[in-house]
Ligand binder design. Structure first.
Ligand code: ZN
Ligand code: ZN
Length: 357
C-alpha cells in the first residue's frame, strides 16, 4: 500500500480511481481464477484422452481396456457389476483413471495452472494498455473506458461491464494513474492466485464447471442398446446411430443367470453361436422364431447384427469356467454342460487376445 500512498501524494484527487482499480481487480481475480480452472479442465481432459490408451480410440477400444482391467483384477464382484450395470461400470472405470491422473500429475497440473494465471494476467494488462490508450488523460468517462476494456478482453476472460456498473457514471480522474493502479493490484492478485496453486494437496476439482470424468464419460459414451438375447451393450460410439447395433463379445446366457426352462441348470449357449444353429427362440409375442431368422422376431431383434462366431472369443467362456463355483453360488444354479474346449482357455490367452485387438 506504500505504493499508493506515494501516488496519492503525486496525483491529487485520485482516491476514486484507486477504489475503481481495486474493484476491477477484485472482480478480475475471480474471473481469472475461473478462466484458469476452465482452461485446466479442457487441457487436462485432452491430455488424459490422448495419452491414455483406453481413451484414445473408439468405444470398442475402451471396452477392451475395461475387460482387460477386469480380467487382470480377477475380482468376481467387479465382473458382476460390469455385467449387471455396464454403463455405471464404464463411468466408474473412467472416473478411477481420471482421479489417478489428477493425483499422479498433481504437481504438473498445478504448475500448468500457474502458467495459465500468467497468460490471463498478460491478457488483462494488454487490455488495460489498449483501453486507456488515447483516452482523455483527465476526466475520462468510466463508461467509455469500460466499453473499450471489455472489447479488448474479447471474451477470453468472463468480465462484464455490470461487474463495475456502480462506477459507470463516474469519471476516471487520471487514466495513467488508474492504469498503473490496476497493474499493481493485478500483480498482487495474480501472485496470490499463483501461490494458491503451490498447495501440495490435489487441485480442487470442485472449482471446475464440470467434473473432468463427466466430460470423458460424455465423449466416450455411445449407444448402450443391449443385445436382445444376452444383454451385451452395443459398442457404437454414437447414440441413435444409423445401421445395426453390434458387439464383438456376446455373452453366454449363463453369465446373466440364464437357465434351461424349468430346471436349476445353467444354459451356456451364446447368441452368436445360436444364430447359425437350428434352434428357435420365443419372441415377446410368444411366437417361436428360428435363430437363423432371428431378425424377424420384432423391432428389438431386427436392428441387431449378430454374426455367427468365426473367431475364438474367449473372454466369457473363460469367465464361466474360472468363476464357475461363484456363479453357481450367486445364481443358485448348477452347470452341467460347459463345453470342454472352454475349460482349456487360460487367463493369459484371454489377456493376449484383448491386447491384440
Ligand atoms: Zn448377444
Ligand atoms: Zn447401437
Amino acid at each position: 500500500m506504500e505504493y499508493f500512498k506515494c501516488f496519492e501524494v503525486t496525483y491529487k484527487g485520485t482516491t476514486s480511481d484507486v477504489v475503481l482499480a481495486e474493484t476491477v481487480v477484485k472482480k478480475m481475480r475471480a474471473a481469472i481464477q475461473q478462466a484458469v480452472y476452465d482452461r485446466c479442465l479442457l487441457t487436462t481432459t485432452d491430455i488424459i484422452k490422448y495419452n491414455n490408451p483406453a481413451f484414445n480410440g473408439n468405444r470398442s477400444n475402451l471396452e477392451n481396456h475395461i475387460l482387460l482391467d477386469l480380467v487382470e483384477k480377477n475380482d468376481f464382484n467387479e465382473f458382476m457389476q460390469y455385467i449387471e450395470s455396464p454403463k455405471q461400470h464404464f463411468a466408474k472405470f473412467i472416473e478411477t483413471r481420471v482421479d489417478a491422473h489428477f493425483s499422479d500429475k498433481n504437481e504438473e497440473i498445478r504448475n500448468m495452472c500457474k502458467v495459465f494465471v500468467e497468460t490471463f494476467k498478460k491478457i488483462v494488462e494488454s487490455a488495460m494498455i489498449n483501453s486507456t490508450e488515447n483516452l482523455e488523460s483527465d476526466n475520462a468517462k468510466v463508461e467509455i473506458w469500460l466499453d473499450r476494456f471489455c472489447k479488448e478482453l474479447n471474451g477470453q476472460i468472463v468480465f462484464s461491464k455490470y461487474d463495475v456498473g456502480a462506477f459507470k457514471s463516474q469519471n476516471i480522474n487520471n487514466t495513467v494513474f488508474f492504469k498503473e493502479s490496476v497493474t499493481a493490484f493485478l500483480e498482487e492478485a495474480t501472485n496470490e492466485l499463483k501461490s494458491s496453486f503451490n498447495n501440495t494437496i490435489c487441485i480442487n476439482t470442485k472449482e471446475f464447471r464440470q467434473k473432468p470424468h463427466e466430460i470423458l464419460i460424455e465423449q466416450m459414451s455411445g449407444c448402450w442398446e443391449q443385445c436382445p438375447f444376452c444383454l451385451a451393450s452395443c459398442e457404437a460410439t454414437i447414440p441413435n446411430h444409423e445401421g445395426d447395433h453390434s458387439v464383438r463379445f456376446h455373452q453366454p446366457k449363463a453369465v446373466k443367470g440364464g437357465r434351461w426352462h424349468g430346471t436349476d441348470k445353467f444354459d451356456t449357449d451364446i447368441c452368436s453361436s445360436l444364430v447359425e444353429s437350428d434352434a428357435s427362440y420365443m419372441n415377446s409375442e410368444g411366437k417361436w422364431i428360428p435363430y437363423k431368422k432371428y431378425r424377424s422376431g420384432g423391432p428389438k431383434y431386427e436392428k441387431w447384427s449378430i454374426t455367427p462366431e468365426k473367431e475364438l472369443q474367449p473372454i466369457w467362456k473363460w469367465f464361466v469356467c474360472h468363476f464357475k463355483s461363484q456363479l453357481e453360488n450367486y445364481y443358485k444354479l448348477k452347470f452341467q454342460d460347459i463345453p470342454e474346449p472352454w475349460e482349456k482357455i487360460t487367463k493369459q490367452v484371454v489377456i493376449e487376445l484383448l491386447k491384440s485387438k
